[in-house]
Design a protein. Structure first.
Length: 253
């Protein structure tokens, strides 16, 4: 781990106003390499059992691959791509055996001991990178409304309330191979915050609001605040909510 900061982190999960929980989250410290951390969010779809089975398979695949990962010898982006492809295959096999149609999103970031960070996502679960409250970068959803935003036909605000905002253009478990967008941060710095979350969280906030909350609150308080506020703004119609927050706090002199 690069000198100058320590990691503080938190996860949060709530079923929202749904009858059952299909989101799954993980925040894993590597068993052999201190400072190597993996955060994962999976938003399952496909009915009560189908969606939960799909997100379970994402978590199982992520844990198994991460435990075998060596930051000294392995390629982090190759690991993340393998995570997407293997989970996709297992979910499709689950669908055959169970006669269901399970699908899942995936948003995962991996921090290496040297301080470099890699992320991958498929679907509309997001990863945000903030520094001192300001957005550095976020993932772009694999969704129908994102294609309209990209084409200049909708604003981000209009996309959030579009009646077809839940239509995905790609995810794990679908007929076609899933998309897998990758990103690389050469060196994380004190003041950086990473957040992975499902659409049940980000749907209710603009980027500036998220940045302000994550900068001003510790990870545990931030996750609790964002879940409570999203629940309130959902007005009884909110989705499952899940998020993973990792904050790089400067070391005191």
């Amino acid at each position: 781990m690069a000198k100058g900061y320590r990691l503080s982190a938190s996860t949060g999960i709530h079923k929202g106003d749904r009858e059952y929980q299909q989101d799954q989250i993980a925040l894993l410290s590597h068993p052999r390499y201190p400072g190597c951390v993996l955060g994962v969010v999976a938003d399952g779809m496909g009915g009560r059992s189908g969606g939960r089975k799909a997100s379970n398979q994402v978590m199982l695949t992520a844990r198994q691959l991460f435990e075998r990962y060596s930051p000294d010898h392995d390629d982090a982006q190759a690991l993340l791509k393998q995570m997407v492809s293997e989970a996709h295959i297992v979910i499709k096999l689950t669908a055959i055996s169970s006669e269901q149609e399970p699908h899942s999103t995936l948003a995962a970031f991996l921090i290496n001991p040297a301080g470099d960070c890699h992320w991958a996502h498929a679907g509309d679960s997001r990863i945000y990178h903030f520094h001192a409250g300001q957005l550095v970068k976020r993932t772009m959803d694999h969704s129908y409304v994102q294609t309209l935003v990209d084409a200049g036909q909708l604003t981000e605000e209009e996309a959030n309330v579009h009646p077809q905002s839940n239509i995905l253009m790609g995810c794990l478990g679908a007929d076609d191979d899933p998309p897998c967008d990758l990103h690389f941060i050469p060196q994380l710095k004190p003041g950086d915050v990473l957040m992975a979350c499902s659409d049940g969280v980000w749907h209710y906030f603009n980027t500036e609001e998220l940045g302000s909350v994550l900068a001003s609150l510790a990870p545990r308080e931030a996750t609790e605040y964002l879940i409570d506020k999203a629940r309130s703004r959902g007005r009884g119609g909110g989705d499952n909510l899940s998020l993973v927050v990792v904050k790089l706090e400067p070391l005191d002199d």
